[in-house]
Every structure is written in structure tokens, then in C-alpha cells.
Design a protein around this ligand. Structure first.
Ligand code: DLZ
Length: 166
């Protein structure tokens, strides 16, 4: 049997991202499935620090579940002057349609907040069939989506600065 190729995008290296230490980034973490979301958070924070983002410029807050991520992201933009917000959560398919409602609502709301504030909001919410799939993407065989979320945030801040000339 051929082994499934497990692709992940966690092995980024960064060059030529200017003024990275001045980036201010909010991270909102869902408390549901904490064995997964804590790993996502660790991946995101370590990646930001490793790239040179100042510890003082990383603001981590928790919400009860993924459904609450968008509002917390909005508050961060309104009150903390962050350049980007990373939303981290883990929604696991259950027996009811709760999964679909949460995933669709949260994805749409997060996207809208980014557009309304013209700042990057990163969708770091795992939506999986089971816990194993989630753990594989939170530091397992499929990498760590928290790392990728941090990469996306830095890239988008950098792109926004480039395009706006700031
Ligand atoms: C209620 C609920 C359920 C069933 N499953 C999850 C989940 O898998 N992942 C997650 O982040 N949150 C879940 N929640 C909680 C909701 O996101 C939300 O916190 C509550 O419905 C209260 O608004």
C-alpha cells in the first residue's frame, strides 16, 4: 500500500519582510477542544516570535467557542489597534448540524470583519470529521495550522503596507 502523501505548509522560511518587529497581532483562541487549540496557539505565537515580532505586540485572548471568535476579533480591531487578528478554533463534526452552522457562520463573519476593517483576519479554524484529523493538523503529520495562520498574518500585513505605501 502506498503511503498517503501528507502535505503541509508549516515549513515556511521568511525573507524580506520589512519592519516585522513593529507588527502588532491579536490572537483569539477558542476554548472548545483545548488540546487542539492550545497547540494551534503555541504554533502561532512561536512562529511570530521566531520571525521577530515583539512579544509585547502579541495579544492573546480566549473565547468560549469558535462561534465567539468574530466578535472578539472585531473588539481587537476597535480597541487594540492591531494590524491583524488570527482566529484559532477547532470544530469537530458531531451528530447534529451544529457543525455546519458554526463553520459557515464563523467563516463568513470573519471574512466580513477583515473587509470592514480593511485589515487581515486569519481563519485558523480547523473543521474536521474527528479529533484525530484535528490533532494531525495541530502539530502532527499535517503540520500545524497555527503556524500557517501566523505566516498568513505576517504576509498579509506586509502586503497591505506595500500596496498602501505605509
Ligand atoms: C456548542 C458547540 C459545539 C457543539 N461544538 C463546538 C466545537 O466543536 N467547536 C467549537 O469551537 N465550539 C463548539 N460549540 C460552542 C460554540 O462555538 C459556541 O461557543 C456556543 O454555541 C455558544 O455560543
Amino acid at each position: 500500500m502506498t503511503e498517503e502523501k501528507k502535505t503541509n505548509l508549516s515549513d515556511f522560511t521568511f525573507e524580506n519582510i520589512p519592519d516585522i518587529d513593529s507588527m502588532s497581532i491579536g490572537i483569539v483562541v477558542s476554548e472548545w477542544n483545548p488540546e487542539v487549540t492550545e497547540k494551534l496557539k503555541e504554533g502561532a505565537v512561536l512562529t511570530l516570535l521566531r520571525q521577530g515580532v515583539s512579544e509585547n505586540n502579541i495579544n492573546v485572548e480566549y473565547v468560549p467557542g469558535s462561534f465567539e471568535l468574530p466578535l472578539a476579533a472585531q473588539w481587537m480591531f476597535e480597541h487594540l489597534e492591531v494590524d491583524a487578528v488570527i482566529c484559532l478554533g477547532c470544530v469537530i463534526q458531531g451528530e447534529t448540524r451544529h457543525f455546519e452552522f458554526i463553520c459557515n457562520t464563523v467563516a463568513g463573519a470573519i471574512s466580513n470583519i477583515g473587509l470592514n476593517y480593511a485589515r487581515p483576519v486569519i481563519f485558523g479554524v480547523l473543521t474536521t470529521d474527528n479529533m484525530q484529523q484535528a490533532l494531525e493538523r495541530a502539530g502532527g503529520t499535517h503540520g500545524n495550522k497555527g503556524v500557517e495562520a501566523a505566516v498568513a498574518a505576517m504576509k498579509m500585513i506586509s502586503l497591505g503596507r506595500k500596496i498602501s505605501g505605509n
